[in-house]
Write a protein that binds this ligand. Structure first.
Ligand code: HEC
Length: 162
């Protein structure tokens, strides 16, 4: 009897775990064609996939007026610019240092008061309830896509004395 109980318990745990996985909302490599097949965290997206998500993120950025307080070119406005912050350590007003990754970006958008960037004040309004998981992913991808120093066009002078 006890043995049977244990089996039943083990089985229900297994089933519970399986359900847990399936409940995970399906997110795909591309914003428009979601299947369960490849759930990719922004950090491990390859360049092409990243570009698709970042393009979507850029639209969200404009639609939600993030550019009112954030520039994409590095200039500080009411809030810090996302240019080049992905993967770096951000100093917070309370002295903590945090890694700028997808989790931090999501948290900063959903719960801006939780981590105030050093040098700024708590002016940002939470988007909790007004933004989808896909949109958050797009915004994080936008941040990551702004990591690289803007590439110099092939036709531009390479520098040095002429
Ligand atoms: C009313 C001005 C305002 C608007 C609009 C705004 N933000 Fe902010 N945001 C700020 C300020 C000020 C900070 C710095 C203080 C803080 O960390 O909350 C900030 C911080 C952030 C951070 C943390 C950045 C870092 O380097 O630490 C992220 C990410 C962010 N905002 C994303 C967004 C996104 C995405 C939107 C649009 C959906 C947006 N913000 C709209 C003012 C704004």
């Amino acid at each position: 009897m006890r043995y049977a109980t244990r089996i039943t318990l083990a089985l229900s745990i297994a089933v519970g775990l399986t359900w847990g996985c399936e409940r995970e909302s399906p997110k795909n490599s591309s914003p428009s064609t979601a299947t369960n097949a490849d759930v990719v965290p922004v950090a491990s997206m390859d360049e092409a996939v990243l570009r698709t998500w970042a393009d979507m993120g850029r639209k969200v950025w404009l639609a939600k007026a993030c550019n009112m307080c954030h520039s994409l070119n590095g200039a500080p406005l009411a809030g810090p610019s996302p240019l080049g912050v992905w993967g770096s350590k951000q100093m917070l007003a309370d002295g903590r240092e945090v890694l700028v990754d997808e989790a931090y970006i999501r948290e900063s958008i959903l719960n801006p008061g939780a981590a105030i960037t050093a040098g700024y004040t708590d002016k940002m309004i939470s988007l909790k309830g007004n933004i989808t998981d896909e949109e958050l992913r797009g915004l994080a991808a936008l941040f990551r896509s702004l990591k690289a120093v803007p590439s110099v066009p092939a036709s531009a002078p390479t520098g040095g004395p002429r």
